[in-house]
Design a protein around this ligand. Structure first.
Ligand code: NDP
Ligand code: GDR
Length: 342
């Protein structure tokens, strides 16, 4: 029998890749879309699947809408990927972030409990819950110490997911995913900012890429690999919590260098902190300068995940290393900009 999935945040990076994966597996895919003046289907269009997804008006800020959607849309699996997902914005939008990334998750869980107790649930948890470095590498049992309103809201949603599983026997899983990127990544996130900015410089633009803290380290994987892990969590007999990560951590600085190399630049570094700058040895051009406005009020310095549990219990492993990811994103942005310039 055809399985049916509902994806919140279907227009986002992960939503698009997950929708494609589930369609390939023969699912009927339903997606929640916010009512905005011009709905943006660019990611689903890029994957060529827009006309295969059933769309529904859906907004996490409207509890009645959440209830009616769960009552009316057929669903065997519910993937909650929608969020105010930009950590940097969460200090400016703390209450909104808490509502959307925290409270709305209880509303979903409670509606599922009442209306569809058999429906399997996936919550998009995050390595940002680890926050301040307490242990390296980080795994399912590492204590949380979130460092942003985003991280705090996600910890609340994570424990609500655990609580509904333990209290009501719901099949509710939480994927603690480390950073995952792709050519479909939002333009404000650091990897995409770098790949777009360096691609523009490779095409002859002059403006160096403006960035913040270059020393932070992240465990970066490819989003296309990670959605497979989400799906596997819901196929298990028992729900649980799983870290998905590559097991390798890289500074922003090194990611920048990898993207530069993919675009035939030889990146050299000078200065430190706010004075730090990058140049291309071959052309002598300045590639990067620090703009302190991109520093965060509190930083997460080092994320490095241990995905052993996912590997052993889900048979999941990240297939794309950070250099391949940097190359994939550099090439995609370079080619896209070349098409625009034609
Ligand atoms: P994106 O920012 O690309 O996508 C977020 C999605 O949520 C978009 O479809 C957006 O819709 C939707 N959305 C935002 N606010 C609302 C709302 N109020 N009601 C309904 N929908 C809303 O995020 P990603 O795909 O990168 O991430 C998916 C999830 O995984 C998020 O929950 C994120 O916090 C979490 N996560 C992501 C990681 C990563 O590295 N990518 C790592 C760990 C966790 P619209 O198109 O209208 O903006
Ligand atoms: P993150 O991703 O906060 O880890 O959250 P982001 O790419 O925004 O930042 C990563 C690191 O880069 C540093 N940085 C900059 N970041 C941005 N955005 N812009 C800059 O100019 C810049 N310069 C330096 C940041 O300070 C930070 O240390 C992502 C999101 O997808 C979350 O939703 C998800 O939960 C986590 O990954 C895991």
């Amino acid at each position: 029998m055809t399985k049916t999935a509902f994806i919140t945040g279907v227009t986002g990076q992960d939503g698009a890749y997950l929708a494609r994966l589930l369609l390939q597996k023969g699912y009927e895919v339903h997606g929640g879309v916010r009512r905005i003046s011009q709905p943006d289907m660019a990611r689903l269009d890029a994957l060529g699947i827009t006309d295969q997804v059933h769309f529904h008006d859906f907004d996490l800020s409207d509890s009645n809408n959440i209830f009616r959607t769960i009552r009316d849309v057929p669903m065997d699996e519910f993937y909650n990927l929608a969020a105010q997902s930009f950590v940097g914005a969460s200090w400016d939008l703390p209450v909104y972030t808490a509502e959307i990334d925290g409270m709305a998750v209880v509303r979903i869980l409670d509606a599922l409990r009442s209306l569809r107790p058999e429906c399997r649930f996936y919550q998009a948890s995050t390595s940002e819950m680890f926050g301040e470095v307490r242990a390296v590498p980080q795994l399912e049992s590492t204590p949380f110490y979130p460092r942003s309103p985003y991280g705090v809201s996600k910890v609340f949603a994570h424990y609500m997911t655990v609580n509904y599983r333990e209290s009501f026997g719901m099949h509710a899983s939480s994927g603690i995913l480390f950073n995952h990127e792709s050519p479909l990544r939002g333009k404000e996130f650091v990897t995409r900012k770098i790949s777009m900015g360096l691609a523009a410089l490779a095409h002859g633009a002059n403006a160096p890429v403006e960035l913040g803290n270059m020393a932070a380290k992240r465990d970066w994987g490819f989003a296309g690999d990670y959605v497979e892990g989400m799906w596997r969590m819901l196929q298990r007999e028992n729900a649980g919590d799983f870290v998905l990560a590559t097991g390798t951590s890289t500074t922003i600085r090194d990611f920048f260098t990898y993207v530069g190399e993919a675009l035939d630049m030889e990146v050299i570094w000078e200065g430190e902190g706010p004075q730090e700058a990058a140049y291309d040895r071959l052309s002598g051009r300045r590639l990067m300068q620090v703009n302190p406005k991109f520093y965060r009020p509190a930083e997460v310095d080092l994320l490095l995940g241990d995905p052993s549990k996912a590997c052993n219990e889900l048979g999941w492993k990240a297939k794309t290393d950070v250099r391949s990811l940097a190359m994939m994103m550099a090439k995609a942005d370079y080619d896209a900009q070349a098409r625009q310039l034609r």
